[in-house]
Design a protein around this ligand. Sequence first.
Ligand SMILES: [Zn+2]
Length: 317
Amino acid sequence: MPLLDFKEIPEAHKGHGKQDTFELFARDFFEMLGYRILRGPGRGADGGCDLIIEETRSGIAGTTKVKWLVSCKHKAHSGQSVSKTDEAEVRDSVESNECHGFVGFYSTLPSSGLIDKVESIASISHQFFDSSKIEQVLLSTRNGRGLAQRYFPLSYERWLAENPTKAQIFSGTNGLRCANCGEDISEGRKGIVVSWEKFRDLEDGSRERHVKDFYWCCRGECDRHLKPRFSEPEYIDKWEDIHDLRIPTIYIRWVIGLLNHIYSDYQYSPQAFEAQKEMLLELFPYVSRNLTMKEVERISVLGAIPACLGGLDYGDA
Ligand SMILES: [Zn+2]
């Protein structure tokens, strides 16, 4: 199912002043991919040419420049594919503009007749970007998502609600590195946090609880490998999925649990306590939102970046 609705981009040739939007989108799209824009979108009859872009390829023998002619066709509103007759002059346009290749940039699909026709022109290279390929490129990188937000504000908002991304809050964090293999496991599903704890009933009826070690690692092999190193009589290991801790509700439950522990009879070793703080800081961007420009300014006034991010060493973790 398509995630971005290309109908959010106004239809071309309707004379309401926004007829260029799809071509402007194409320009920004190729600029984002690293192409240089040699000729941008212009109004009026284009003779089959909407954009000319340049790709720089570096190889052993130096760099070569490849010029592409981009034809933009925005047919999302009718839902029709782009046909052979829509692209009548592929070879002539490419050659008369001294380009090496042809790019079809479409908000629907190229028809099979058009694909056959372009493939049969042996003298030029070609690429097709249809709606699903464009969507895939946009949603897979941060710059792409910025572009999607600009040109597809409504469908991007819907997508984002179901696909939360890490907020840009701290710079220069280390991620959560597995205590055994060193891989960053803050994303994905294989990471766990492990806490070694002791519970003991004392003679006066109170309980002693001690958290000796706290670390994170990959579930399975790395976890098994680490166990003998931390195992001690009376201590048991408890664990939680990092994947779950990225859920805002579980995250705040953990924070409240930690506060309750501190207020009650729990004792944390310095390592276990510092590691808990590091984990909470590293996972915070997953449960929060981006800063507004006003907030960025305010923070620089307040000097409020948490002091223990990035620079400190937390022992084994
Ligand atoms: Zn590991």
